[in-house]
Design a protein. Structure first.
Ligand code: PRX
Length: 660
């Protein structure tokens, strides 16, 4: 365990933070979610969820709301049949909203495209026909490795439409990371682009696919969207999107699939080196994505312009760009690029241009905006904003207040939404028209959701107490397992509080005096860098795969901007040579990690050390390394097999410290 609940900055903040911000009377009066929602859910949870499922179009209605007899494998809306893509696209056209803009797409170089629901229906139908023409159908797996272009969304919806599972891999991941994710779920098809714009310049993307596919025999075809018009090598498996998809009919009849038909796999880091393929299914997932999106963000489909800044490579992009918003007939902004291209006001320029009213982002980005200065958002008209959201990591009260003052004009509610890839949709968050918000707290489980903070024995802690966050009731959008690894699913989430039958989220949390929940960060060996989960083991494996490294230990050290930064301690191999600890060699190691996993996993700092602190049973004591990484006095060393190791490390750092 790397952090026990009760430690860390969130707690310090908690001690000083006591402000609350009630919604204005006007906001409260018009809000989608009213106080009665809590009562309704409490009175009859299953009836409540059944009512939420009614927001979707079911081809065949379910005959049982929840079947939990196969716990921890849930079945929701048993016997029901629906098509997820139909619910996100066609039914809005059929209800007369074909001309409403679904997506205001903004390319990084400044090109833009407005896509109406009618056009979305045609694009998704063509893409679905293209999949069928390649023999891709129900239960096949399709890897999507793309930047934030509209075709990425068309591709996801086309998969859903034909019953294939998408496996979206973040475009910032390396060829190696892509290969393992394709192999693990035996994808038959990959959809990618020639390149992607990153900070104003086109960067190649397809070469990584070529490298991954060379070693992934399950892949039969690769569809390539032309985005940057860069020259790409061509293999016998490749086919251009504009040749294959654009020639298809734009008519396609969706087939209804079982409520429990698999919808997608999304890989996420766990405590071992091997990413977990989190499996989500259809009816329950869409119900909760849709319900939470409408109530937490207070979406009004006729007037709001919504913008979630996530990438579709993460679960936030799945649930709050694609499935939740489109099922609610949103008009949304999708932006391709980075927030400072070509200038640091790019997001605010986009808010002003489209009149964005709901904006959902991550604390890391808010802290970056803080660094860039309040004068930047002040140059733009942000008066259209009425709800702000935060996700991915604990938001410190200072950033929360800055966000409200400088982006929200000192008046918008901020919803701090806690959830995970595994939970599929938001679980803990204030409802913006009901709850007086508190800077830094995600506050309480949404109506219909059961969550609590418990101690080591699984007993709920009293107000003011800290412990582990657990989910004590099955929920519709819960994961249905880890792809191909039932044992790991049971072990990872259901073994810690087996007797109580709780799902253990891996997070430490605390109740304040009012009983509101404050998240305190991970309690396992998972880091959270810029809201992205990276396992310490994964980075350690990448480091030791380098020929100069004998052993590595990685910790997440607190970082003012990214929440946590990756700090690695490495022991070099005997024959590594005198230069192996020099600045060039350290840079090479950092680049090696970027190549193995992706640039987001690049250590902020690598320290060459002669020894690592270990317990008698050989477990690395990351707690002590974190003390070093955060420049603190090193804590209790009595359980170390050799207590002089920390002295050796500290001495070694005087000379071996390398940072850039
Ligand atoms: O530690 C929690 C943190 O992010 C983890 C989930 O990461 P991931 O599956 O990548 O999904 C991120 C987007 C939903 C959680 O276990 N986390 C997420 N949201 C919050 C958070 N920590 C504190 N406050 C949040 N609002």
């Amino acid at each position: 365990m790397t952090q026990s609940p009760g430690q860390g900055n969130a707690l310090d903040n908690l001690l000083t933070e006591s402000r609350t911000f009630p919604p204005s009377d006007e906001f409260a009066a018009q809000a989608n979610a009213q106080p009665a929602l809590y009562e309704e859910a409490k009175a009859d949870r299953e009836a409540f969820w059944a009512k939420q499922a009614e927001r979707l179009h079911w081809e065949t209605k379910w005959d049982q709301v929840l079947d939990w007899s196969g716990a921890p494998f849930a079945k929701w809306f048993v016997g029901g049949k629906l098509n997820v893509a139909y619910n996100c696209v066609d039914r809005h056209v059929e209800s007369g909203h074909g001309d409403q803009v679904a997506i205001h797409w903004e390319g990084e170089p400044g090109d833009s495209r407005a896509i109406t629901y009618a056009e979305l229906q045609r694009e998704v139908s063509k893409a679905a026909n293209a999949l069928t023409s390649l023999g891709i159908g129900a239960e096949d797996r399709v890897a999507i490795y793309m930047p934030m272009v509209p075709e990425a969304i068309f591709a996801m919806l086309a998969c859903a439409r034909v019953g294939a599972l998408h496996n979206v891999v973040f475009g910032g991941f390396s060829a190696e990371a892509l290969r393992t994710r394709i192999q693990d779920s035996a994808c038959r098809l990959v959809i990618t682009t020639d390149g992607q714009y990153r900070r104003g310049t086109p960067a190649p993307l397809k070469p990584a696919v070529d490298e991954a596919v060379a070693d992934a025999p399950s892949v039969e075809k690769v569809i390539v969207v032309k985005r940057t018009d860069t020259e790409v090598a061509w293999t016998g498996k490749d086919v251009w999107w504009h040749e294959l998809v654009d020639s298809q009919s734009d008519q396609h009849t969706p087939e209804a699939f079982d409520s429990e038909h698999p919808l997608f796999i999304l890989y996420t880091s766990g405590t071992t080196g091997k990413p977990k393929g989190i499996l989500h299914t259809s009816g329950g997932y869409l119900t909760q994505a849709s319900y939470t999106h409408q109530n937490v963000f207070d979406l009004k489909p006729d007037t709001d312009v919504y913008w979630c800044t996530a990438d579709i490579g993460w679960v936030t992009g799945h649930s709050y760009i694609v499935y939740g918003p489109l099922s609610n007939r949103v008009t949304q902004v999708v932006y391709e690029g980075t927030p400072n291209t070509p200038h640091e006001g790019r997001h605010w320029e986009i808010v002003q241009k489209y009149g964005v009213s709901i904006y959902y982002t991550a604390p890391t980005l808010i802290r970056t905006f803080m660094k860039w200065g309040a004068d930047i958002p002040a140059k733009y008209d942000l008066s259209s904003l009425r709800v702000l959201g935060s996700v991915g990591e604990p938001i410190n009260p200072e950033a929360w207040i800055w966000y409200r003052e400088n982006v929200g004009g000192g008046k918008t509610p901020i919803v701090d939404t806690w959830w995970q890839t595994e939970t599929g949709a938001i679980m803990i968050s204030p409802l913006p028209g009901v709850i007086s918000t508190k800077p830094g707290s995600a506050q309480r489980p949404l109506p219909g959701i059961g969550a609590k903070v418990v101690n080591d024995e699984g007993v709920e802690v009293p107000a003011g107490g800290g412990g582990y966050l657990v989910l004590d009731e099955p929920w519709p959008s819960m994961l249905r397992g880890i792809w191909g690894d039932e044992e790991r699913y049971r072990d990872t989430y259901w073994s810690r509080f087996k007797d109580q039958g709780f799902y253990f989220a891996g997070d430490g949390a605390k109740y304040d005096a009012d009983g509101d929940i404050w998240l305190l960060g991970r309690v396992d060996d998972v880091m959270n860098v810029s809201g992205h989960r990276i396992s310490t083991t994964e980075v350690e494996s990448a480091l030791v795969s380098h020929p100069t490294v004998a052993e590595a230990a990685v910790v997440g050290a607190s970082d003012d901007t990214t929440g946590q930064g990756i700090v690695a301690f490495v022991i070099l191999r005997g024959g590594a040579g005198a230069d192996a600890g020099g600045a060039d060699a350290i840079k090479a190691l950092r680049d090696h990690v970027a190549k193995e996993i992706g640039p987001i996993a690049k250590p902020r700092q690598i320290m060459v050390v002669p020894e690592l602190p270990k317990t008698r049973s050989g477990k690395i004591m990351r707690r002590l390394l974190r003390d070093v990484a955060e420049n603190r006095a090193v804590g209790d060393v009595t359980t170390l097999a050799d207590s002089s190791v920390m002295d050796l490390i500290s001495a070694g750092l005087q000379s071996g410290k390398a940072e850039d």
